[in-house]
Design a protein around this ligand. Structure first.
Ligand code: CP
Length: 297
């Protein structure tokens, strides 16, 4: 693949032709089945909780005939004995996997090891930083339902400031020609350069008249510096807030959601809801990425 990066830390590592190739390959796996790649050992090192990302990488690896080894930072590991996260990662890398998939909470020494490591790796979420494979699977889901990204009006809703999903999404969707907006309380509106071109809406009800895609976000309390209470009811994916959303629009959420807080479960049965399609597509997108990376390793 032309100019494909050795590691995938950020959406900024990709060009639009890489993104289209990954999504085309993912659709090909979905339509025609998986093809086996070489029996590479992929190490899944997760230092933060995960259901969708870790399991879909593991499942994708099995589908490709790879050999996944999963490490989760829990009480059964030597972290329990006081070993640090970065030393744990250094030891896992010393076992020489062919590919590393890593999620961490933003630990600077873990990030430093990843920046300089010899093993090709994929970012599976790094604190408040990025989650590039989520952006890719979200793009695949939008293309599947609405045919293209170009020209879509995509709004991220709720706790945008603390969301790595939204940060990767805004970079990727703008690169592919979509307009991106934020519907968030003032405390959760990001102000860095990635968001410079984005519209701002005061509520989801207001944004839903404009949007062709609404992407809800969990309130990421684990990344909040204080317990300040923020009004969340105007940013929940629910019937009231989505009353003015077009019948052709899409309702998405990367998961996990907290029922009644950032999403009402009744939305799951709305025909515009693609939340479980996102999860399905995650397996195909992650398979497409790993097939490309181990093919080159
Ligand atoms: N969307 C996402 O990253 O979900 P998990 O935390 O369950 O992996």
């Amino acid at each position: 693949m032309l100019g494909y990066p050795r590691s995938l830390a950020s959406v900024r590592d990709l060009q639009s032709q890489n993104i289209h190739k990954i999504i085309e390959q993912a659709f090909c796996f979905k339509k025609s089945g998986f093809t086996h790649v070489r029996e590479a050992v992929v190490l899944l090192a997760f230092f933060e909780p995960s259901t969708r990302t870790r399991t879909s990488f593991e499942m994708a690896a099995h589908r490709l005939g790879m050999k996944p080894v999963a490490f989760a930072a829990d009480h059964s590991t030597s972290l329990k004995k006081g070993e640090s996260l970065h030393e744990t990662l250094a030891n896992l890398l010393a076992m020489k996997p062919d590919l590393l998939v890593c999620r961490h909470g933003g630990d600077v020494r873990v990030a430093e090891i990843l920046r300089t490591c010899e093993v090709a790796w994929v970012n599976a979420g790094d604190g408040q930083g990025e989650h590039p494979t989520q952006a890719l699977l979200d793009a695949m889901t939008i293309i599947e339902r609405l045919d293209q990204i170009e020209g879509q009006r995509i709004v991220y809703v709720g706790d945008v400031l603390h969301s790595r999903v939204a940060r990767s999404g805004v970079l990727l969707f703008e690169m592919l020609g979509a307009e991106v907006a934020v519907a968030a309380p003032v405390e959760w509106v990001p102000k860095d350069g990635a968001w410079a071109k984005c519209k701002r809406f005061a509520s989801l009800a207001e944004a839903s008249e404009w949007a062709t895609v609404c992407i809800g976000l969990r309130i990421q309390k684990e990344r909040h510096a204080d317990n300040k209470s923020v009004p969340v009811q105007d940013y929940r994916l629910d019937r009231r807030n989505l009353a003015r959303l077009s019948s052709n629009a899409l309702i998405m959420h990367p998961g996990p959601f907290v029922a009644g807080e950032d999403l009402d479960e009744e939305i799951l049965s709305d025909p515009r809801c693609a939340i479980h399609d996102q999860v399905t597509n995650g397996v195909y997108v992650r398979a497409a990425i790993m097939a490309e990376m181990v093919g080159k390793a």
